[in-house]
Design a binder for this molecule. Structure first.
Ligand code: PLP
Length: 462
């Protein structure tokens, strides 16, 4: 992790607005066919997309295919992919090892709703990586965190869930609370309000989930003491990954572990994003703090839709006995398991992680050089295959910093520059890049070149 405070350059807001306008026009011109697809898609899919996260202004780029570190859109534009399917594709697109495993499975039947050996192999590998003894499978990150919450409530006989303000854990009722609360609704920092993220959740459900600021162990201690005997579990991303990347401060996760234990609350690590992307054993390995439950999805299945949930022996009893109904027609689907096995056992080896870490360091160093040279109000943060440029001079420690300290207009303009110069990136300030084992040195250099073009234009004298 790196934080740099460059000499100050004053950012000319009018210039940023003019460049944003120019780049928006360029984006529209480069993606005319995507605009046509969007019009057609909007006739049959709300917002023209299969999932709300894929929406974008004025329209999303509709992708045709991907290979290695590259994707091509329906207009024929080629991009180097640093978006990587919201952090799923650490193996790279159409990775030959994963593709061969999936194709072989296709010929042997893809679904039985009966266990196959693949699920045993993957569960054994997850146990090796995370050290938790028991695993079950799901179909998404949302299902993993939903099952984790059921487990916490069942194990404790309590109802209240504690989460961090500003984190996303999927779209089920218990966690669609204080995900991106607007400043006028979020309440006092000492006592954040429980703000529903969208419509459709009963008030009573929302009220059962309480938010606290990330990186504030005293605030958490106060809440747990106030609610003593009521908190079933605490769900937390060990490093927040939906407000750029916000790492935990020294000693914070250790204190979270102590406090949850002292108050009899189940500690759930949501590693859907960090998962197999930041280290073999995810953030659990990186920070050395062991939760009671780990939620996984995204990168573990190499591009097929699947997830997993790891748990202690005690919690596994509740699942094995059927007291907690952890189930699903497609759980442990053989095709998904074939992809997960190839991903975890054959592609994302120790050497692959060493390579990803080194590549991430190179990319962060390149961006840091540009930040320093042009005096941008920014710094880089990263871990494993993931990193980002945070457009703030000061470190961001929690959601409220993200609301107030980040230059949102610069972040959005950087995204437009990337897209218009052939770097496929996650939109806006919420996300980060994810590298794959198929990114080359030249790909990383190209990212930095585009970032430098942006920096030069933004800071050029009028
Ligand atoms: C930290 C975290 N948890 C859970 C989820 C939900 O995962 P899914 O979209 O697979 O349901 C996400 C999705 O982005 C996530 O970032």
């Amino acid at each position: 992790m790196t934080t740099t405070t460059p000499p100050s350059t004053t950012i000319d807001r009018d210039r940023v607005a003019a460049l944003t306008e120019r780049e928006r026009v360029r984006y529209r011109e480069r993606t005319v066919r995507s605009g046509e697809y969007f019009a057609r898609a909007s006739e049959v899919m709300p917002g023209g997309v299969p999932s709300q996260f894929q929406r974008n202004d004025p329209w999303p780029v509709y992708v045709e295919r991907g290979s290695g570190a590259r994707v091509w859109d329906v207009d024929g534009n080629e991009y180097l992919d640093f978006h990587n399917g919201f952090g799923v594709m650490c193996v790279g697109h159409a990775n030959p090892t994963v593709a061969a495993a999936v194709k072989a499975r296709m010929d042997e039947g893809t679904h039985f709703a009966a266990p196959t050996e693949g699920s045993i192999v993957v569960a054994e590998e997850l146990r090796r990586r995370w050290g938790l003894p028991h695993w079950r499978f799901t179909n998404s990150g949302t299902e993993s965190t939903m099952d984790a919450i059921h487990l916490a409530r069942a194990a404790t006989g309590r109802d209240v869930i504690v989460k961090m303000e500003g984190t996303y854990h999927g779209h089920h009722d218990a966690v669609m609370v204080s995900v991106k609360p607007p400043a006028e609704l979020m309440g006092d920092r000492d006592r954040p309000a429980s703000v529903p993220y969208g419509l459709g959740y009963p008030d009573g459900m929302t009220a059962l989930t309480r938010a606290v600021p990330f990186n504030d162990a005293e605030g958490l201690e106060r809440l747990l003491s106030e609610l003593d005997g009521q908190v079933a579990g605490l769900i937390i991303e060990p490093a927040m990954m939906n407000v750029n990347i916000v790492p935990p401060v020294e000693g914070y996760l250790e204190r979270v572990r102590e406090l949850t234990r002292a108050h009899g609350a189940t500690l759930i690590f949501d590693e859907v994003k960090t998962g197999a992307a930041v280290a073999a054993g995810g953030a659990t390995e990186l920070y050395g703090v062991k939760p009671d439950v780990v939620c996984l999805a995204k990168a573990i299945c190499g591009g097929l839709p699947g997830g997993a949930i790891g748990m202690t022996g005690e919690l596994a009893e509740l699942v094995g006995s059927g007291k907690v109904r952890q189930q699903g027609t497609f759980n442990g689907n053989p095709l998904v398991m074939a992809a997960a096995q190839a991903t975890l056992v054959d592609v994302l080896t120790d050497e692959a992680y060493a390579q990803l870490h080194a590549a991430n360091r190179t990319l962060m160093d390149g961006c840091e050089r540009v930040i320093a040279e042009y005096g941008l109000p920014a710094h880089t943060v990263g871990m494993g295959s993931k990193g980002c440029v945070v457009f703030s001079r000061e470190p961001v420690r929690e959601y409220r910093d993200y609301l107030t300290k980040i230059h949102h207009d610069l972040t959005n303009l950087a995204w437009l520059y990337h897209m218009n110069h052939g770097i496929f990136m996650t939109p806006g300030e919420d996300e980060e890049w994810t590298l794959s084992v198929l990114h080359t040195e030249a790909d990383l250099r190209r990212y930095v070149e585009v970032f430098e073009t942006f920096a030069r234009d933004v800071t050029a004298a009028a």
